[in-house]
Design a protein around this ligand. Sequence first.
Ligand SMILES: [Fe+2]
Length: 389
Amino acid sequence: MRFILALFLVGSAYGFEIVGPMVQFHEHAAHKATVTWLTQVGNNIPTFTTTNAQVRHTRNAEFGDLVYYITQVHLDELPTGKRCDFQLAVGDIKRAYSFRVPPMDQPDNISFVIGGDMGPGDQARSLLIEAKKLNPDFAVIGGDISYAHGNIGQAQPKVWVMWLNLWAETMTSEQGEITPLLVAIGNHEVDGGYRRSKEEAKYFYQLFHFPDNEAYYVADIGDYLSFIMLDTWHISHPKDQVEFLKGALIREKDVPYLIPVYHFPAYGILKGGYDAWQAKTIRKYWTPLFEDSQVRVIFENDHHIYKRSKPIYQDKVNKEKGIYYLGDGAWGRLRPLKKEQWESLWYVENAAPLLHFMHVVITKEKPLSVKVIDPQGTVYESIQIELKK
Ligand SMILES: [Fe+2]
């Protein structure tokens, strides 16, 4: 069965290459999703059918260097709390897929895998295989997804193709069940990394759909869990996201699990660490707003290590009111780290040069559970985080 699936994913079943599909959550995961795939130019684009959702809009466009077309199917009226089934077909060749749609009310158990700084390599593959074994409801990548950078040269779209092939191969089960994905923007999505224009990240904005075409947005999973995805000045200045963030925090004030995700860490260790200009900017514009809200945990990325902060409130350790900052982006990319680089930092509880992703489980009665998982599937450490009182 795995062999047949692999054939399908690389398109041999059609006689040409199909890359994907992937399922992206972006606004209201209980109601809406986008299904995206690439088709080599010169071939028939597969037709999409579903029996239990509405196709609101389908978009076909040239992707990158004109070797591929991108197709995005925007779905709404998803079967909330159930499985959404769909099919891709070229002539008589058909393939069935599905994905799980979260319920609106908090279920007994919902889980996701989260991390960043992935790329299309073998280290990412090992971690993705372990992530899929956990059967998460969805995944979150906090930037530096493919390492395609921006739009320089002809090679860059091909890196997205390599990554999407890897994602689809590893995050689609033998039965065709796809793990949906939420994404934030990172510096390696952008030609130049920081303070750039959307045109300098055009493949990222082409491949992923965002509300209002901005990579800072709120993604509601249901009434119990929402993500605030932010842009650490790759395109948008953190100051320019403040009004959005204030509005989001007011709208989401009754959501018990409200989780910000962004790329560059406010409380990092490497690349300038606490004094990095990106970190200072985040702490100036966003951190006080998070501290005034119910936010208890934030996922950060970029540094290619594992880091767990102490609970921090107003730049001091505070067990009652503090926020835990977890990261820092090693879902395929790794940097060396010595203990002397972090053990004297007041805000760091633990850190390690560790390839990992995190598996987060939310249940009704227990605290939020985070397990840090390495490429062999071994749990490096487990964390329990209580909601703010
Ligand atoms: Fe990065």
